[in-house]
Structures are given as structure tokens and as C-alpha cells.
Write a protein that binds this ligand. Structure first.
Ligand code: NAI
Length: 250
């Protein structure tokens, strides 16, 4: 029960890595605001916990992380429901892309930057302000990607946004350390979630073969690391990137 008494916000909490992390956090004793653009799925996740013997451990919130006012309202909702926040997992994201020369900037660049980059910035800002207001320590974990550190096919905008997540993490740790706030980015490789199921079977087999165990990572394997990063056991990990990529970057 490493997260006993802690309150966490998980964006993109209704699916994939976020959902697995919500389950792990609750199993470790945390209260979780499951925040997602898809309210119906977020509410279904909460219903799952209510039915599975964890009444009151979770609440749902609808948020479009690309809108600052909605992110602020999400933080306020966690405070209203659970009394405070201790952890934010900025994890909501979209993927996909086209070859650079085929880009329509309004379609192939702007939306990706708004969700995957601005969304993380807004989460850091809104949660950071709340931690300081509370006068308590806080942990900010944000989901980057292996593509945040290297170029890849059809990933021009995605890579830019995910690189920004790493930069935000370093700067947030630097600026907020005096308030007892830590910031860490994770870089998943290929994780078996709906975001990756949009690609062809052939491409998914290639993705799996590029990891050292020659298989997709399970979302629960990422969640285990996020729980550790959210806990006090990882107090010396700050302002850095934790590679959760099954050796892809080795
Ligand atoms: P997923 O598609 O299962 O989950 C993403 C969630 O984010 C969904 O529930 C979706 O409704 C939500 N979402 C999308 N746009 C949103 C918005 N504007 N506001 C609020 N919520 C929004 O995908 P997965 O894999 O769990 O993705 C989680 C994070 O992991 C993303 O940031 C993704 O870029 C990152 N990632 C995933 C990898 C993978 O192989 N699955 C690899 C590297 C990074």
C-alpha cells in the first residue's frame, strides 16, 4: 500500500496505460480521479471500482486536456471530491501522423501539439499551483514516448510534442523543487493499448520485434513503474526520464 492516503489525477484514465495505472494506484491505497475526454468510459471505470469492492476510491471527470480552463476545473474537482491532490499523471494523448511533406498544418500538426504538448503543460501548471496552494509536496508524472528522444517515420508532430514533455519535466523539476514538487517523464516503447491498435498487424509485429523481449509491453507493466514513481520510494528521481521501453533505446 505504497500510495495509502494519496490522491492522484490520471488523465487518459479511461483506457490503456491510464486505466492500468488507475487500477494499480487503487490497489496501492490511492484515491484516483479518472479524467478523460470520454466521460462515458471514465464513468464505466468508476463503476468497475465501485462494484469490485473499492467504493469511494475513484471519481470520474470529463476533461479535454487541450483546454486550460478544463484542466483547472479537473484539478478543482479532485480537490472538491478528495480534499487535496498529491500526484498528477499527465498521460492523455493522441498518436498518428503523416509524412512531413503531406502535412496540412491545421490537421497534422496543431491538434497533436494541443493535446500531447499543451495538455501536459496545462496539467503541470494547474497541479503545480494546487500543490503550492496546499503547501504539500507533489509528484508530476508525464507520459512522453521513445519518439520524444528520436526521429521516427510519420511522427513529426508527435515527436515534437513528446520531446516538449521531457523539456517541461526538466524545467518543472528545476522550478518547483523549492516547493517539494518532483517531476518525472516516462518514455514507453510499444504498449498494447487501443492507441497502437490503429496500426496494421504487420506494423504491430514490427513494433514488437524492436523491443528486447520481442513482444508488446503490457499497460500493467508501465503502471507498476508509474506507481513506484508516484510513491515516496522514488524521492531521488526528479527532473529526468525513466525509460519504460523494454530496451528499445538501448
Ligand atoms: P489509449 O488510446 O488507450 O489512451 C489514451 C486516452 O487518452 C484515451 O482514454 C482517450 O480518450 C484519452 N484522450 C485523448 N485525447 C484526450 C484529450 N484531449 N483530453 C483528455 N483525454 C484524452 O492510449 P495509451 O497507449 O494508453 O496512451 C497513453 C499515453 O501513452 C499517450 O500519451 C500516448 O502518446 C503514450 N504512449 C503510448 C505508447 C503505446 O505504445 N501505447 C507508446 C508511447 C507513448
Amino acid at each position: 500500500m505504497r500510495l495509502n492516503g494519496k490522491v492522484a489525477i490520471i488523465t487518459g484514465g479511461a483506457s490503456g496505460i491510464g486505466l492500468a495505472t488507475a487500477r494499480k494506484f487503487v490497489s496501492e491505497g490511492a484515491k484516483v480521479l479518472v479524467a478523460d475526454i470520454n466521460l462515458q468510459r471514465a464513468e464505466a471505470v468508476v463503476a468497475e471500482f465501485e462494484a469490485a469492492g473499492s467504493p469511494g476510491a475513484t471519481a470520474a471527470a470529463q476533461v479535454d486536456v487541450s483546454k486550460f480552463a478544463e484542466v483547472e476545473a479537473m484539478v478543482q474537482r479532485a480537490v472538491d471530491v478528495f480534499g487535496k491532490i498529491d500526484v498528477i499523471f499527465n498521460n492523455a494523448g493522441i498518436a498518428g501522423g503523416k509524412a512531413l511533406l503531406d502535412h496540412d498544418p491545421e490537421v497534422d500538426y496543431a491538434p497533436m501539439i494541443r493535446v500531447d504538448q499543451d495538455g501536459v503543460y496545462y496539467g503541470i501548471l494547474a497541479a503545480g499551483r494546487q500543490f503550492v496552494k496546499q503547501g504539500t509536496p507533489g509528484v508530476i508524472i508525464s507520459t512522453s514516448s521513445i519518439y520524444g528522444e528520436q526521429a521516427a517515420e510519420l511522427a513529426f508532430s508527435y515527436s515534437a510534442a513528446k520531446a516538449a514533455v521531457i523539456s517541461f519535466t526538466r524545467s518543472a523539476a528545476y522550478e518547483l523543487a523549492e516547493h517539494g514538487i518532483r517531476a518525472v517523464a516516462i518514455t514507453p516503447g510499444r504498449v498494447g493499448t487501443p492507441i497502437i491498435n490503429q496500426f496494421s498487424e504487420e506494423l504491430r509485429a514490427l513494433f514488437a520485434s524492436e523491443q528486447l523481449r520481442n513482444k508488446m509491453t503490457e499497460p500493467e507493466e508501465i503502471a507498476n513503474v508509474v506507481a513506484f514513481l508516484a510513491s515516496d520510494e522514488s524521492n531521488v528521481i526528479n527532473g529526468t526520464v525513466v525509460h519504460v521501453d523494454d530496451g528499445y533505446s538501448s
